[in-house]
Design a protein around this ligand. Sequence first.
Ligand SMILES: [Zn+2]
Length: 341
Amino acid sequence: MLTTGYVCDPRYRNHEVPPGHPERPERITALLDLMRRYARPGIAAIAPRAATVEEIAANHDRRYVDRVRATAGKPYSVFDPDTTAYAESYETALLAAGGLLELIDHVVGGKVDNGFAMIRPPGHHAEADRAMGFCFFNNIAIGARYLRAAHGLDRILIVDWDVHHGNGTQRSFYADKSVLYLSLHQYPHYPGTGAVNEAGVADGLGYTVNIPLPGGYGDDEYATAFHRIVDPVSRQFAPQFVLISAGFDAHRSDPLSQMRLSDDGFAAMTRSLLAVARDHAGGKCVAVLEGGYDLDALPQAVSRVLDELGGENLDAGTPQGAGAEAALDAVTRIHKRFWQL
Ligand SMILES: [Zn+2]
């Protein structure tokens, strides 16, 4: 049984949102409730810390960080139609990124085998100088920068299975071959990026892999995508650390997408990536919460990911899957120049 550290703190509820907004504090309440009753050997709660401005600025422009910092204590500050900072949003965003960094330290230091950062506000839409799509600071990109700077790693895999394309993460590493960004997302859909031919530039060419999928796909099609693209590309990259932008809005119950993944689908994706981590990265793998807006489905799916991170099912392998041929053929056409597919 592998040990899994997790970060989930009541203070993550302190970032307020307008009435009716889907990315709400109750998401953390649902996960705190889950962790009160979730039990398996090797689960350890880890207290978050606040990220420093320097750690945030490794991925964001200083002037933008200052703009977000200036919202602290103010009633509200609108950044885009979906993204508003309230009095405690800045502090909560620092605690979100810092929670991931603390978890990374625990995994790299061998205190736990892997981890799950149950944090908010989420991050993968945040660009270097821009808040958008419920995100202020790009937690997972800050985590990857930290693995480079503080831990000296130079091959970091980010797999983003949130139903939305992680435009911010893609932009952060678009010309950077030390971070392989691989995204499965509904397309066309918010934020509009993530076309199959967006594959990186300069040194980063081939190190951005987009798998845009039509709405309505579920466990079978995602399993095929893992078999044909995610698993082979990840293994050829041979990461030293695996980060997962773990959104749960591709779940069949989620109100923000048309995808049809079940809890089994999230379990299978976790198992596949944990096997990559085991074979290449000494097992080092951290999932980072992004979307997921159905408050019943979210904790249920998270609990299945936590089960899989225990590693007991690793030898079961991942299902073969079926379907999605046209979408995956398009990915192969673009990426066979860079990877054996
Ligand atoms: Zn999303």
